[in-house]
Design a protein around this ligand. Structure first.
Ligand SMILES: Cc1ncc(COP(=O)(O)O)c(C=O)c1O
Length: 414
């Protein structure tokens, strides 16, 4: 955002709210009074449609219709139905996304399938992930490397050209970095991967539902992502996996459970993978969680993702510009740079400051070692709320209220 366009007063912020093209989306949410929720990048709040769907699934489909709902209520098709809704947000073909498992498990299935395909033609294949990537991505690859004996490398985050050295053929990488919110140029990385006969599995967790993605257009064939962040699918909502059709047909994933079988209710002896991305299913889908996600995804029906991305950037810019005036250090790309939906600030006592903010109704989170992270989910936040949040932050810093002993108590989830 051009710095001259950033609201210079609360009235300017209110004027932006009055002309906000996404204003109508606020009505989908019932956030608690007095709360400024800057954590929609970690756990999205429940859209009304999600709670209604969940209630209906539990109280009517499950309670009254019992097992018939697998067919009559379409439970068996929910992973594909939700997948098609997510496909429209990431620029994938509707049949190429499946909702299942967690991001961690989906990384395991996808990377091992890609690894096995390489191994089958005896090509050497090192796997890599980026230094400072979200830890679970690395943990999963460490486990896979142990299991297969393949070489696992870390790559520095300094662009795609150097990333495919040393026989690296599979890279796992986030599109939006979980700490900084820096956005990766997917097309440039895909071009570099192609030149080196390598592939990339994109972690779309911090990108889906907040930036405009077009996986097909940029030649990206593999991805995974969260359902519980900007998609607002609920705590522990199932994740998704994206595999472009032609690519999926060439892959066998090792968690070959019955739901990934071509005909699970044949109860046949041998495993025959289902066509396309459906082969990445494993066990019985969690219908209550899927229903909550299904309802949440309806909010995105027909949405303009460019407008969503633009508002997220403008909210983040407003926050960042005013936070810089408080003499805080940014750990995120600046106003003139591309950035995902969150902003991270560095401060020696970030944990305590975040707790003091939460006590005043401004909810963000803390990430080791010194990051306070704030998410700007555009569907329910206003510019005025962001303005007020920085005022509260400034007050906490000026009065050193964060020094109160209760704010130093470390909780399990930060
Ligand atoms: C970038 C990224 N990848 C993966 C995960 C974890 O996903 P899951 O818990 O579904 O395995 C997160 C969670 O915050 C994340 O931010």
């Amino acid at each position: 955002m051009n710095p001259s366009m950033i609201p210079a007063s609360r009235e300017d912020a209110a004027a932006l709210d009055a002309t906000d093209p996404l204003q109508a989306y606020h009505d989908h949410f019932d956030l608690p009074e007095g709360v400024v929720y800057l954590d929609g990048n970690s756990l999205g709040p429940p859209p009304r449609a999600s709670l209604n769907k969940l209630r209906d699934t539990a109280e009517r489909e499950w309670k009254d219709q019992l097992i018939a709902s697998w067919n009559d209520a379409g439970w068996i098709d929910l992973p594909k139905k939700c997948g098609a809704k997510i496909a429209s947000l990431i620029g994938a073909a509707p049949d190429d996304v499946l909702v299942c498992d967690s991001v961690s498990v989906n990384i395991f299935k996808l990377v091992s399938a890609l690894y096995l395909a390489r191994k089958a033609v005896s090509e050497p294949c090192a796997i890599a992930y980026e230094t400072d990537e979200f830890p679970t991505d690395g943990y999963i690859l460490q486990g896979l490397a142990k299991l297969t004996g393949t070489s696992l490398k870390k790559i520095a985050s300094n662009g795609p050209d150097a990333a495919f050295a040393d026989g690296i053929k599979i890279v796992v990488k986030s599109v939006v970095h979980y700490k900084s919110a820096a956005i990766t140029d997917i097309a440039a990385w895909e071009r570099a991967a192609e030149k080196n006969d390598a592939v990339i599995v994109w972690d779309l967790s911090h990108a889906t539902g907040v930036i405009a993605l077009n996986m097909q257009r940029v030649g990206a064939r593999y991805g995974v992502g969260c359902g519980y962040k900007y998609l607002n699918g609920g705590p522990g909502a199932p994740a998704f996996i994206y595999v472009a059709k032609k690519a999926a047909e060439e892959l066998d994933q090792p968690l070959s459970g019955w739901m990934g079988h071509a005909a699970p209710f044949d109860f046949a002896d041998g495993y025959l993978p289902a066509p396309g991305v459906k082969r990445f299913a494993c066990g019985t889908p969690p219908i209550l969680s899927l229903s909550a996600l299904d309802g949440a995804l309806d909010v995105f029906d027909g949405i303009d993702m460019h407008a969503v991305e633009e508002k997220a950037k403008k909210l983040g810019d407003l926050f960042l510009a005013r936070a810089m005036a408080l003499d805080l250090t940014s750990a995120s790309p600046g106003l003139d740079k591309q950035r995902g939906g969150h902003v991270s600030l560095r401060f020696g006592h970030s944990y305590e400051v975040v707790q003091a903010l939460i006590a005043k109704g401004v909810i963000g989170d803390f990430r080791q070692p010194d990051i306070m992270r704030f998410g700007f989910s555009p569907l329910f936040l206003t510019y005025t709320q962001v303005w007020d949040a920085v005022d509260i932050l400034g007050n906490i810093l000026a009065t050193e209220e964060w020094r109160k002993p209760e704010f130093a108590i470390r909780r399990t989830v930060t």
